[in-house]
Design a protein around this ligand. Structure first.
Ligand SMILES: Cc1cc2nc3c(=O)[nH]c(=O)nc-3n(C[C@H](O)[C@H](O)[C@H](O)COP(=O)(O)O)c2cc1C
Length: 353
């Protein structure tokens, strides 16, 4: 049999395999970046540079507010001081140049923000520093009751259109699942020129510390349970958008990666699994993918990708609704309902006729 080809195309970039290091501190140190490449990681997304950092550097303002203006003191105290970010904007560009010089795999810069404003021009500096692509993370929690879904979606579309107009390198958008009509949002971003959709952002979910009567923001690494939401949307979007599809969130084992490919992912981003097991986990994922493909007797990822997507399902909406109804109607609990049914069956059989 011919050797198995693990290569894939993401954002128009040819990658040796589908495994990518997602935006995180994994790209912060050159020795880690080299170890990731040595282990077979096919591309690296650097951690994000935030809109707030860039606009404060350029204008002294954060979201049009001045730190020295007393009326904004409380709001702006929520944001870190410029020096407490991992890297300030100019240092980010320098770091990107160093990472590019240290490895041969594509390096993707990450911007994190939500407004289609002047800060976006920083993307051209990231391009000049040598990034192979830009990932835009549009993390936001819309809390203003006066801000409507169309307003939020329009701003997102505008950011993508602005970036596409400014840049020659490809642009991926890392998205939240919390849209009323996510398929439409994906379609509109596709039309605006997004080269890739990265699904999905994990939302920070602060807990409450009862003894301290305080909110406790914390970050937990993910596990496979988070994958299912992503699988659903990969399967729905496969074949419906021109943009490449990346999964992020909940790929913890080789089986998770196989599922993401079957649902329709072009690439698989991993962060938590690599933070837990180290860069060599990329080698394990790659080896297990090869083994699985050998067992299926397939020569390349095209034979697998999207095989379980809804691309050929006549009415995906009806299919999803029907699955929902069947699942609820067919539910039985081993411990509860089954025991109940058995005891009734026993009582019935013991009842004198
Ligand atoms: C410590 C840490 C730092 C992260 N930093 C960023 C970041 O700067 N930008 C970003 O878009 N995502 C960031 N993420 C989110 C990851 O890129 C990824 O989307 C998320 O962890 C889900 O993937 P996983 O299940 O493989 O961890 C970070 C995650 C972790 C755990």
């Amino acid at each position: 049999m011919a050797p198995i080809d693990l290569s894939t195309t993401y954002l128009g970039l040819r990658l040796a395999n589908p495994f990518v290091a997602g935006a995180s501190p994994l790209g912060d140190h050159l020795d880690t970046v080299r170890r990731l490449e040595d282990a077979g990681c096919a591309a690296i997304v650097l951690h994000s540079l935030f809109e707030e950092q860039i606009s404060e550097r350029d204008t002294g303002l954060i979201r049009h507010m001045d730190r020295v203006d007393p009326q904004f003191a409380t709001v702006l105290s929520y944001f870190p001081e410029p020096a407490s970010y991992a890297l300030e904007p100019d240092a980010y560009l320098e770091h990107l140049r160093r990472v590019k010089a240290a490895v041969k795999i594509p390096v993707i810069g990450s911007l994190n923000g939500t407004t289609p404003e002047a800060w976006l021009t920083f993307a051209t500096l990231i391009q000049q520093a040598g990034a192979d692509a830009i990932e835009l993370n549009a993390y936001t929690v819309v809390t203003d009751p006066g801000e409507s879904a169309p307003t939020v979606e329009r701003a997102l579309r505008q950011i993508v259109a602005d970036l596409k107009r400014e840049l020659k390198i490809p642009v991926a958008v890392k998205l939240s699942p919390f849209f009323t009509a996510f398929a439409n949002v994906a379609h509109e971003l596709d039309k605006a020129g997004a080269d890739g959709l990265v699904i999905f952002n994990r939302f920070l979910q602060p807990d409450i510390d009862i003894p301290l009567l305080a909110v406790w923001p914390h970050l937990e690494l993910s596990d496979s349970r988070e994958l299912l939401l992503r699988l659903r949307w990969l399967a729905i979007l496969r074949g419906k958008v021109r943009a490449s599809l990346a999964v992020t969130g909940g790929v913890a084992t080789p089986n998770d990666a196989f599922k993401a490919l079957l649902a329709g992912a072009d690439v698989i981003q991993m962060v938590s699994a690599i933070l837990r097991h180290g860069p060599s986990f990329f080698a394990l994922m790659r080896a297990e993918l090869l083994r699985w493909m050998e067992s299926l007797e397939v020569a390349g990822l095209d034979a697998i990708r999207g095989r379980l997507s809804l691309a050929n399902t006549e009415s995906p909406g009806a299919f999803e609704r029907a699955q929902y109804i069947r699942t609820l109607s067919g539910w039985t609990s081993w411990l509860g309902y089954q025991a109940y049914v058995r005891s009734h069956a026993k009582q019935r059989s013991e009842r004198p006729s």
